[in-house]
Design a protein around this ligand. Structure first.
Ligand code: PNS
Length: 192
């Protein structure tokens, strides 16, 4: 097979040998908006727990421009409730600012992201490359969601729930209740 010649002076982009040792206890973050956590997220976190000893589920928020339905504290509380059965293997937290800076602060070397359909790829690819540009030592690992969650996203679930559509099986029972409370409260506010 013909070998392609590298232009003189161009960098070799391989990971240096000294950085290829297997991490003894990798610290992994599963970042996202989680507004709110869905069964698709839960599926990814449970898959991640088969690979990593612990997973920090990190709610990203922007205090200046967050049009979320739930506050960061509420989102963290829902994640904790969803993983009450696994003890300290799932840690829920929130952060603002760059994800890679947060990862460095908590000593994480791995970012976990879920992939559903092919349409996720472009966005995920861009984020991975940008994060790698910012902190080359942080690796992103992708996990495929179960096929029953290929069309589940927080954005769609919220929209459907807001208009009274059925989102059972797409979010945990306690999230359904939170939707109910939030939507009733909003309707009450509009009436006055
Ligand atoms: O669940 P989402 O909304 O798809 O998650 C996107 C998220 C929160 C992972 C991404 O927007 C993020 O990392 N935000 C933190 C700010 C940041 O680091 N931005 C640059 C990403 S390349």
């Amino acid at each position: 097979m013909p070998t392609r010649k590298r232009a003189k002076g161009s960098p070799v982009r391989a990971v240096p040998a000294r950085e290829t040792e297997t991490l003894e206890e990798p610290v992994a973050i599963y970042p996202g908006s989680f507004d709110p956590i869905t069964n698709g997220h839960i599926d990814i976190i449970r898959r991640a727990l088969r690979v990593f000893p612990r997973v920090t589920v990190a709610v990203a928020y922007n205090p200046n421009k967050d049009a979320a339905m739930f506050t960061p504290a509420e989102r963290v509380a829902m994640i904790r409730q969803a993983f009450a059965d696994v003890g300290e293997r799932v840690v829920a937290d929130s952060f603002t600012g760059l994800l890679v800076d947060y990862a460095e602060r908590i000593g994480a070397q791995v970012l976990i992201r879920g992939l559903r359909a092919v349409s996720d790829f472009e966005y995920e690819f861009q984020m991975t490359m940008m994060n790698r540009h910012l902190k080359p030592k942080i690796e992103t690992v992708f996990m495929m969601a179960g096929e029953q969650y290929f069309y589940t996203s927080s954005r769609l679930v919220k929209e459907v729930a807001t208009f009274g559509g059925d989102v059972r099986n797409l979010v945990p029972e306690f999230v359904l209740q939170r939707f109910g409370e939030r939507i009733t409260k909003k309707a009450g506010e509009k009436r006055v």
